[in-house]
Write a protein that binds this ligand. Structure first.
Ligand code: CU
Length: 124
């Protein structure tokens, strides 16, 4: 009898855990499994990104690829909830808002860390 109750409890727990695992919302961008219609590549060296600004189009799935060319860096674009790091990593997002979004280095990489800032411009 006790065993049956324990079994029931653990399966209820599993269902709750599974429910929590899915979902999640985003603000400035939608995460997407869509085929990207454009792509930008952001390359990091010590201590800058390869461009001062990157341009993408609103409502268009874009594949954002981040590459470490020199050193160990990452990017974070808080406005689009994008965070990438490692040798080469990418993510497809659909920007839902036009405007300028800050791209910053997400890893404490050394003396030039605070200067590693670029802009992502989402065009209407
Ligand atoms: Cu850094």
């Amino acid at each position: 009898m006790k065993k049956a109750i324990a079994l029931m409890l653990s399966s209820v727990l599993l269902v709750i855990l599974a429910a929590c695992g899915s979902g999640g919302s985003s603000s400035g961008a939608e995460e997407s499994n869509l085929k990207p219609e454009s792509e930008i590549v952001i390359e990091a060296t010590n201590f800058k990104f390869d461009q001062e600004e990157y341009r993408v189009k609103k409502d268009t799935p874009v594949k954002i690829t981040f590459k470490n060319v020199e050193g160990n860096h990452g990017i974070i674009i808080p406005g689009l909830k994008v965070e990438l790091k490692g040798k080469s990593q990418s993510k497809v997002v659909v920007p839902k808002e036009a405007g300028e979004f800050e791209i910053a280095c997400s890893i404490m990489c050394g003396a030039g860390h605070s200067t590693m800032v670029s802009k992502l411009i989402v065009e209407e």
